[in-house]
Write a protein that binds this ligand. Structure first.
Ligand code: ZN
Ligand code: ZN
Length: 354
């Protein structure tokens, strides 16, 4: 078996820090692209998984699913990429490619289970590792179906978090047809929320930042929000009832959704993208009165992820980032958990070699 030597950072248990780790990537199959990783974003999911907070993490564990780099080799059946091209990899590296969802380009909802970029059973194989290993590393081998083109005008480091935070917010905004003439609320200002503000603004909506924090409200205005609604202000929340066409809820923990549901107009929808955990008891009242809906949304499929990147290229949208060296990743994790980053850390992978 031929393999490619790779190096990166891994955790060896739920309670130990990320440390240097040598491992192997598969040699490219005919449909594979090999990418030299230049930048990788730090998503909160990386931390949850590294610390086994969602269960099921196997070690050694290499996080990272916001990958931007340059193609260094391609298989002989690859059509979309050639050596030297910019390339990106997001949260998915494989799926069954034959079910109803995959045929619709919605690989994230694959009926047979998608393969995550890290921490999933590697169904393609080609290395000694049973699980996929992520982007905190110098290279990766991925089937071209799961590789994205990166618009050349974007800052490459700041484009990396588009692969998760960008598509997670773009997909529901598009699916629920957010656009000109609509009043759209973005709830919560973190990695996801800041992209929600930028994207909804670029789609032409009237954007309202809904937050507990006046400071975050001011920050959101600099990102493109037209108004701020402070959710702790009961009078302001009451006055805003029945006025929103769409709400994108990025709060990352379980919370009471009733006060937000009441903000929706008749027939409008709130989409939850942040809280991958139980929400507190939900009243039927806001749903029944005014026929409102609540829905969820998970990242996006490959065609829509490319559409999002192209949209960001046209509108010159990237994430606001803070660059970090690989050796400082554990400090970056602690700061991310505290919410002390505007709005995403991105690892400069050149620092892995120094
Ligand atoms: Zn992510
Ligand atoms: Zn499928």
């Amino acid at each position: 078996m031929m393999t490619i030597n790779a190096q990166g950072y891994a955790t060896q248990s739920a309670t130990t820090e990320l440390i240097p780790f040598k491992f192997e990537r598969r040699d490219p199959r005919p449909s594979d692209v090999v990418i030299e990783i230049l930048y990788c974003g730090v998503c909160h999911s990386d931390i949850h998984s590294a610390r086994n907070e969602w269960g099921g993490t196997q070690y050694p564990f290499v996080p990272g699913h916001e990958i931007v780099g340059r193609v260094t080799a391609v298989g002989n059946k690859v059509g979309k990429f050639k050596v030297g091209d910019l390339a990106g990899v997001g949260c998915l590296v494989d799926s069954c490619c034959s079910c109803h969802s995959c045929n619709d380009g919605l690989e994230q909802y694959c009926d047979n289970g998608f393969t995550g970029t890290y921490g999933s059973e590697d169904k393609i194989g080609g290395t000694p590792h049973k699980m996929t290993l992520g982007g905190y590393s110098d290279k990766i081998t991925v089937d071209e179906r799961f590789v994205l083109r990166i618009p050349a005008n974007l800052d490459l480091a700041a484009a990396a978090p588009l692969l998760c935070a960008g598509i997670t917010t773009y997909s529901p905004l598009k699916h629920w047809k957010v656009g000109v003439g609509q009043k759209v609320g973005i709830i919560g200002l973190g990695g996801l929320g800041h992209m929600g503000v930028k994207l909804a603004h670029a789609m032409g909506a009237h954007v309202v930042m809904i937050t507990t924090s006046p400071e975050k409200g001011q920050d959101a205005k600099k990102l493109g929000a037209d108004e701020v609604l402070l959710s702790k202000n009961a009078d302001a929340m009451k006055a805003a009832e029945n006025s929103f066409d769409f709400l994108l809820n990025t709060i990352p923990v379980g919370h009471d959704v009733d006060p937000y549901m009441a903000l929706l107009k008749r027939d409008a929808t709130m989409v939850v993208v942040g809280a991958v955990e139980p929400l507190t008891e939900v009243s039927g009242v806001p749903f029944i009165f005014r026929r409102r809906s609540m829905a969820g949304s998970l990242i996006g499929g490959l065609p829509e992820t490319q559409e999002m990147l192209d949209f960001c290229g046209i509108h010159n949208i990237t994430c606001d980032i803070e660059m970090v060296n690989m050796k400082d990743i554990n400090k970056a994790y602690d700061r991310t958990v505290k919410g002390d980053v505007k709005y995403r850390f991105v690892i400069d992978m050149a620092s892995l070699k120094s």
